[in-house]
Design a protein around this ligand. Structure first.
Ligand SMILES: NC(=O)c1ccc[n+]([C@@H]2O[C@H](COP(=O)([O-])OP(=O)(O)OC[C@H]3O[C@@H](n4cnc5c(N)ncnc54)[C@H](OP(=O)(O)O)[C@@H]3O)[C@@H](O)[C@H]2O)c1
Length: 324
């Protein structure tokens, strides 16, 4: 099969190449999916670069070389065959989910990370959903979202943020979003009640308070965000810039430490794509509550460019990789 492979860590454009490789092994609990589309997430460049370096031993990859030779996580495609202990997925069924090695024609995915594809979406649209939408849903839940709350989504125009704005509105919150000038209209169109352009205004210096802040973009420290939280407020910290060694983990550690000495709750958060969450997102899509936003599309041969674009951070929504 055709796949994008890497045998060393580095910049996507330097280390990714198209190759002909064997089909992946399918474990008893796995589903072999013929991938029709994938999408790029910041998760991908973390794995491709092996950063944050301090997390390599904790599972991001091998200490010296990548553990996963084929990058890519999000996927939409068709079940080719299933492992001996898998029930509920039949060959020929369209699915979406998340598994290591999705920048390829076939990927073996644990059944616990797959769900039937939402009806009415193309493969490209469905591939834009899994990690970003599940992260948005789980961040909002972890922050205890409730109807009537004022939620601030920092990074509202991004892959996760575009879903977070829509899901928070669906859950009855008043939503403010933070993004750059070119994306203000988009975020408004997704339902945000107010949009703050970070190139003009610094929300951490304003007087507005928010019951829940999702930090999905920018390098604001937890201490700065604490200023806009009332005592009962919550910060869900999911991004930050601790450089090559710490990456987002730097801010997550700061949030955990500061949380011990402060009234608002400051929580570091990591999402887990599960079949249950994918099914919940499927229902939200099929009932017209949320839609994926796609900023750019690349063919598989240009997967490196897709990941580089996400790393640079210019398009709104998701960057999709079409496999055939
Ligand atoms: N912990 C987890 O499990 C998990 C899972 C998924 C993602 N994440 C993290 O969540 C973050 C968001 O992911 P994503 O896929 O949504 O990334 P993305 O698509 O690159 O979106 C980044 C967002 O940040 C905004 N942004 C950039 N600079 C900003 C600034 N100075 N102030 C405020 N906003 C700024 C961007 O706005 P403009 O485009 O308008 O400039 C965009 O909305 C990433 O850090 C990712 O690593 C964590």
């Amino acid at each position: 099969m055709k796949a994008i492979v890497q045998d060393r860590y580095g910049a996507p454009g330097d280390v990714l190449r198209l190759a002909e490789v064997g089909l992946p092994e399918v474990g008893d609990e796995d589903v072999l999916v013929r991938v029709r589309a994938s999408s790029a997430n910041p998760w991908d460049w973390h794995f491709i670069r092996g950063e944050p370096v301090l997390l390599r031993p904790a599972g991001i990859g091998g200490v010296r070389r990548p553990k996963f030779l084929i990058p890519g996580g999000d996927l939409a495609g068709t079940v080719e065959r299933v492992g001996s202990r898998v029930t509920g997925f039949e060959p020929g069924v369209d699915v979406y989910g998340f598994g290591h090695g999705a920048f390829a024609e076939y990927v073996a995915v644990p059944r616990t990370r797959l769900a039937p594809m939402p009806a009415g979406l193309s493969f490209e649209q469905a591939a834009a959903v899994p990690l970003a939408a599940v992260t948005a849903l789980q961040c909002l839940r972890a922050g205890g979202i409730a109807p009537g709350q004022h939620v601030l989504v920092v990074g509202a125009s991004g892959g996760v943020g575009t879903f977070a704005v829509q899901i928070a509105k669906h859950l009855g919150a008043r939503v403010s979003g933070v993004c750059s000038t070119p994306h203000v209209d988009l975020v408004q169109g997704l339902g945000a009640d107010q949009v703050i352009d970070y190139t003009r205004d610094d929300f951490t210096a304003g007087t507005a308070k928010y019951d829940l802040v999702l930090q999905l973009g920018g390098t604001y420290s937890p201490a700065a965000i604490r200023r806009v939280l009332p005592p009962h407020g919550t910060l869900i910290q999911s991004s930050g810039d601790g450089g090559r060694w710490l990456g987002p983990v730097g801010n997550m550690i700061k949030a955990a430490v500061l949380n011990r000495f402060t009234k608002p709750s400051l929580k570091a958060f990591t999402a887990t794509v599960t079949a249950e969450a994918l099914n919940e997102i499927k229902d939200l899509i099929e009932s017209g509550r949320i839609i994926p936003v796609i900023g750019r599309t690349f063919p598989l041969t240009q997967a490196a460019a897709a990941v580089e674009l996400v790393e640079k951070g210019s398009p709104p929504g998701k960057v999709v990789v079409v496999v055939d």
